[in-house]
Design a protein around this ligand. Structure first.
Ligand SMILES: [Zn+2]
Length: 144
């Protein structure tokens, strides 16, 4: 299960709606506890892809900065989020081809006409050939 607090869900919603119709993306910080992923902060990134309406690429400078902060005691990078403008909250073929780190959690936000429809969570298969959907919850003990 992935825990996404309501305030961080709101932050992701604001980001993906503001960047519509481009894809928006960001990194997810937090901690793992047993089989749970507890997200403490969603950090918006610039989408540095040269095709930002169809692809996303997280700013490598931001990633390096957050990795350095994690080494110095900050929250770990557990995953990332990106939006599908006028698409579904499901991994695309491009997403499947873009699995390089099977440990990372993926959140995909469907945005329709500038408004967030839904956010779904996925973990890549170890072989990188696909994804499993995982439960996304706002609170421990409740389900979406
Ligand atoms: Zn995608």
């Amino acid at each position: 299960m992935i825990l996404l607090p309501a305030d961080q869900r709101t932050a992701i919603a604001a980001h993906v709606e503001a960047d519509y119709p481009s894809e928006a993306c960001g990194l997810l910080l937090g901690q793992r506890r047993n089989d749970r992923v507890l997200i403490s902060q969603a950090v918006a990134s610039a989408n540095v892809s040269d095709q930002p309406h169809h692809r996303f690429e997280i700013d490598p400078v931001l990633r390096l900065r957050l990795q350095k902060a994690a080494r110095e005691g900050g929250a770990a990078i557990l995953g990332h989020y990106h939006s599908h403008p006028n698409g579904a909250a499901r991994p695309s073929a491009t997403d499947r081809a873009g699995i390089y780190e099977p440990d990372l959690v993926w959140l995909i936000a469907a945005v329709k006409d500038g408004s967030l429809l839904e956010i779904a969570a996925y973990t890549p298969w170890a072989d990188g050939d696909g994804f499993d959907e995982v439960e996304l919850s706002e609170n421990l003990g409740t389900t979406k």
